[in-house]
Design a protein around this ligand. Structure first.
Ligand code: KMH
Ligand code: ZN
Length: 302
């Protein structure tokens, strides 16, 4: 039996309001769904902010401030703020809120890459807000920038500067080698927390063989010095999280990664996805980590 950390990624910056009415957009909605997800079993909440008027991803620290204290007051979950931000934000913009808010955890994306939604997820011909058009039509060609210099900057400012621990998001095997290089440079210390990401258009595909390759490669590079978790985009979310739990890993769900609860079945909210993976994890004979256990497992600053 193992103790499994459930992360819930509450809203993200890739899905748009037109794609789902369930996607939380305003600070009220983000706080409410985050607290409910923690109540359902998420020990870590991975958080982005959105413009309350039109749902566009925003790096504005004032918007983060409108929901983070409310989440903190209402639950004990670990707050993990994105440094990935949104696809058209500069690294400086992406760092603004984390540097002001000094969270226990932040995401850290381990390489630059193409980044797009699969065409099936963006087949909308009308949209609620003009900003959604390039997302829904695929007419913008996004490069998700995460150079070694960017990674070093995030390590120095947030890791060294604030004692923030990272969710190292690895979208391909090469990102594991990037992380190994960063370790050689002395930027990060075990226990590392790796988030293997599958099924983003631009990253490694959602094939179970690829999960084995990611896991074996990480074993080779990081030995016993790491914990791992899995997220998979869209319809691959639950099957991959289940496979990770079977293999002794941790899991991430949430509307950032998938808007569905089952085949062709839209999710009601984030808590519904957390409750489902919790049931699966417990049926497999594992326990779900409390926030305190997650803090101890990841050696967070607390
Ligand atoms: N939407 C995920 C695939 C971040 O916030 O740093 C990537 C993500 C990036 O979670
Ligand atoms: Zn994110």
């Amino acid at each position: 039996m193992s103790t499994v950390i459930i992360t819930c990624a509450v809203t993200g910056a890739i899905h748009t309001p037109t794609m789902s009415d369930a996607l939380p957009v305003t600070p009220d909605q983000i706080a409410e769904q985050a607290v409910a997800a923690a109540g359902a079993g998420a020990a870590i909440l991975h958080l982005h902010a959105r413009d309350p008027q039109d749902g566009r991803p925003t790096p504005d620290p004032a918007v983060f401030r409108a929901f983070l204290p409310r989440i903190k007051q209402s639950c004990d979950a670990v707050l993990n703020i994105t440094t990935g931000g949104g696809l058209d934000m500069s690294v400086e913009e992406r760092l603004a809120a984390p540097l002001l808010l000094s969270p226990e955890m932040c995401s850290l994306n381990m390489g630059s890459m193409n980044f797009a939604l699969h065409p099936l997820a963006r087949r909308h011909t009308v949209w609620k807000h003009a900003w959604e058009e390039p997302y829904l039509t695929g007419t913008r060609d996004f490069i998700f920038r995460n150079t070694f210099a960017d990674i070093e900057k995030i390590h120095r400012l947030l890791g060294e500067g604030h004692g923030t621990k990272f969710e190292h998001e690895c979208y391909d095997v090469g990102h594991l080698y990037n992380l190994a290089h960063c370790l050689d440079e002395g930027w990060f210390k075990p226990p590392l927390f790796l988030q293997f990401v599958f099924g983003v258009l631009g990253g490694i595909g959602a094939d179970v063989e690829n999960l084995m390759v990611m896991k074996r490669t990480a074993d080779r590079l990081f030995g016993t010095g790491y914990l791992w978790s899995v997220l998979a985009a869209g319809r691959h979310q639950m099957p991959f999280a289940t496979q990770a739990a079977i293999m002794g890993g941790n899991v991430r769900v949430g509307l950032e990664d998938s808007l569905y609860i089952g085949p062709r079945q839209p999710a009601r909210d984030n808590a519904e996805q957390v409750a489902k993976i919790r049931r699966i994890v417990e049926e497999l004979g594992h326990r779900v980590a409390t926030p305190a256990e997650a803090r101890a497992m990841l050696a967070l600053k607390g």
